[in-house]
Design a protein. Structure first.
Lengths: 365, 365
């Protein structure tokens, strides 16, 4: 444990996934964390997890993190600025320009406000999904504005560093365009793709493989949350989606008239541009760099998965994550097991010695 | 090793990823495999890997598997039918109707041809990527047509079973519509999304996370292969893409006019339809409506998860899916267990009696 840059107490308003995860990470560094939420049950749950202690009369936070649903952020930030006139307030909402505009309009004390956005999340929300390592290695955008001094930006950057994130400075406008590109547009593209499956015959959907699973994974996201996010960033999202739609129109036209000159080339260019775009994405593609993955074949019989996991326990290896791949009708399934890279080789050898069959992690169509 | 259903020799034409993988899987069951390829080096490589022996004068295959690039399939199938008048010929191309039409046009002996398609692949092609377990648990479509007798379909189904796949019967038309839906349309949707990144500022692309990586993973696929696949299935792909484009237009319109009545609802409906579509994908984790879900708290100690699953096995309940919620900073994790609804209540009671702590399943977000 290294010592914290952040000076507490830190008050976290909204003890959902992000709020509780920040709490867990700060508590790991012994920073005092105070939890507040509209729901007392949520505060109790997050406190049980070890994310901090419930708010009380007389609290004197020096830093406040607002982690409430998007539509409530500006109002809660304004309220916190007024209630704690000595505290610096930040928020972690995923769209930044609108909040700043609302706060300006409300004549809030912007010298004590810094907007920020950790680029981290999970498909599922709530304190139960919180984890101290949620922000590890992830960008945390800090968005300066005219009315705030440099030293206060440093406080938020220190918070980001304390939870393991990588602070990135970016204007609210550029941030909003960036998240439209890498997060909000992909959400719509994925949701609309998954929507095509709703009316499809069972037999056709049954042909699905990993390619479809990957492209539609985020289509499982929470609609209530996403209506708010997309509404808050509507114009940037619409602009990028329109360009996407124009490209799509060209491809559809080429597919409808495959014998016209240029049709195969139009399709090829779309595919090549896709190849090029993928190479621009930072990080090892499709995998969590922190862990190594073993793919173990399991007979589809009661107790076999339990036996596998018991034996992994007997080997003294801690499993970091587990994913099951199970094809209905097949005699076998796969367990994809994530472990620390340094344990992977030894565990693979031990499992094979125990008679398990291991494969390389597959990717595929 | 179980004995093979397939009677050899099996001649495989095209010793790339699919051909060599079929060869490896059949050799595992001691079926005689003969390898042919336009490239002698490829044949030698596949033979070195153990996928079979090089073709020779006087070979008398009873079954021929054509696994050449899509554009060459019909021609090679016709040639093999003519060269080996006693053999049954199948192919493994990913689009089926066009090949049948071409063969009819060429007056090939369709009584000895059965089209098929194993739904398996890897991002990397070639014999070097081949593996005997490539087809394990995957659907293998067998497409009957009017001119072929039942017994010959069984031969191809036996081949699928021998390599560990799950044979699925489907007409060429339904197959082609199905793969357009679950594979070809996702490919274009993903490529066009990744293409938006080509011109984007570095700082914005730097915000990318797992959501973008997943949605664009298949955009890294081989353009040469995909131009052929999409060209062969152009009309089915164009039809589904047009419906997708119409949905997209509605969302863009709603984003451009966010204050009009119905705009938020249009966006919400797209997101909800995406949620619904995702639940239809087989093997998709955590959100399958057919199953009831139990959420069990597990102490974060090696072996505890194994003990839980062993005890579920002891209760005689078959677990349909399992998802782990594991927070490295927290003292506990959760196992989300999907079981048939009729078993859920009994299992919950049994686990509580054994001292496990169960929570209300959370609403998916």
């Amino acid at each position: 444990m290294t010592s914290a840059r952040t000076r507490g107490p830190v008050r976290i308003v909204g003890a959902g996934l992000l709020g509780a995860s920040i709490g867990l990470a700060l508590r790991d560094k012994s920073v005092e964390v105070i939890l507040a939420d509209a729901s007392k049950a949520t505060v109790r749950l997050a406190a049980d997890y070890g994310a901090g202690r419930p708010a009380a009369e007389g609290d004197a936070p020096v830093l406040i993190v607002v982690a409430v649903p998007p539509e409530a952020v500006a109002e809660v930030v304004a309220r916190e600025l007024a209630a704690y006139p000595d505290a610096l307030v930040t928020d972690v909402a995923s769209v930044k320009s609108g909040i700043l505009t609302e706060l300006e309009h409300d004549r809030a004390d912007l010298s004590r406000y810094v907007g920020s956005h950790p680029m981290a999340g999970r498909e599922r929300g709530g304190a139960v999904s919180a984890r101290a390592d949620l922000f590890l290695g992830r960008p945390w955008v800090v968005a300066p504005h005219d009315g705030v001094v440099e030293a206060r930006l440093h406080v938020i950057e220190d918070l980001a560093l304390d939870v393991g994130a990588r602070p990135v400075r970016m204007s609210a406008e550029q941030h909003d365009h960036g998240v439209a590109l890498v997060s909000h547009v992909p959400q719509i593209v994925s949701s609309l793709l998954a929507a095509r499956l709703v009316e499809a015959p069972e037999a056709e959907v049954g042909l699905a493989g990993q390619g479809l699973r990957d492209t539609t994974r985020i289509a499982g996201s929470n609609p209530e949350l996403w209506v708010q996010i997309l509404g808050a960033n509507a114009s940037a999202v619409a602009e990028i989606l329109s360009a996407y739609r124009d490209d799509l129109d060209h491809v559809i036209h080429a597919l409808r008239h495959p014998d016209r000159i240029g049709a195969p080339r139009t399709i090829a260019e779309a595919l090549v541009a896709g190849n090029e775009g993928v190479t621009r994405i930072p990080g090892k593609h499709g995998q969590d760099r922190r862990y190594a993955t073993l793919l173990v074949t399991i007979p589809d019989e009661p107790g076999e998965l339990g036996r596998l996991l018991t034996e992994i326990g007997e080997e003294g290896v801690n499993m970091e994550d587990l994913r099951l791949e199970h094809s209905p009708g097949a005699q076998v399934g796969f367990a994809e097991i994530a472990v620390l890279p340094e344990a992977a080789h030894r565990l693979a050898a031990a499992l094979e010695a125990r008679g398990w069959s291991l494969s390389e992690p597959r990717a595929g169509s």
